[in-house]
Write a protein that binds this ligand. Structure first.
Ligand code: FES
Ligand code: FES
Length: 181
């Protein structure tokens, strides 16, 4: 950017020491922790976390639908908190822990929310399902005693074209009961 002195005098601009170093457009080497494992990858600075997960990291369980923070299909956990991964750049993740739908199960044992979604038939086309599961699992992890309204609030940002909401609520309440037992 041309500074005011330069514009008025035509003299060369002094370097702005406060400005962050510019990066890109070439890919950068970054590292992040995904599902408990340290991963190294190359990303363009404009690449979102969702794109990095699905592309270089090969974790296609995370879905991209609107790609603008409006549907929650791309929900993952960042340090245990659900976020829309299409709204965060991969280069911004740093040391924060990323958990995706692939990282919820413990070996062959599904997370109680995953198992309850199957038992309660809480999906149809399945496109919104990984994001729904991540939000519902985060809720069950942080709040053992749930009401249906708690679940509705947790999934309020999730769009499901197939209309699975009643089954999602029933599944999450059942998972919370399982978790308590
Ligand atoms: S794909 Fe990220 S919010 Fe819709
Ligand atoms: S199960 Fe099809 S969009 Fe939700």
């Amino acid at each position: 950017m041309i500074n005011a002195v330069s514009a008025l005098t035509g003299r060369a601009e002094a370097p702005d020491s406060a400005a962050p170093p510019s990066v890109g457009p070439d890919p950068l080497a970054i590292a992040m922790t995904v599902n408990g494992a340290a991963r190294s990858l190359q990303v363009e600075p404009r690449m979102t976390l969702a794109e990095a997960l699905r592309g270089p990291l090969g974790l296609t369980g995370t879905k991209i639908a609107c790609n603008r923070g409006a549907c929650s299909a791309c929900t993952v956990w960042l340090d245990g908190v659900p976020i829309c991964s299409c709204t965060v750049l991969a280069v911004e993740i740093g040391t924060r822990r990323v958990t995706t739908i692939e990282g919820l199960a413990r070996g062959d044992a599904l997370h109680p929310v995953q198992a309850a979604f199957i038992a309660h038939d809480a999906l149809q086309c399945g496109f919104c399902t990984p994001g729904m599961v991540m939000s519902c699992a985060a809720l069950v992890e942080r709040q053992p005693d749930l009401t249906a309204d708690d679940v509705r609030a947790a999934i309020s940002g999730h769009y499901c074209r197939c209309g699975t909401y009643p089954h999602v609520v029933a599944a999450t309440l059942a998972a919370a009961r399982t978790r308590k037992e």
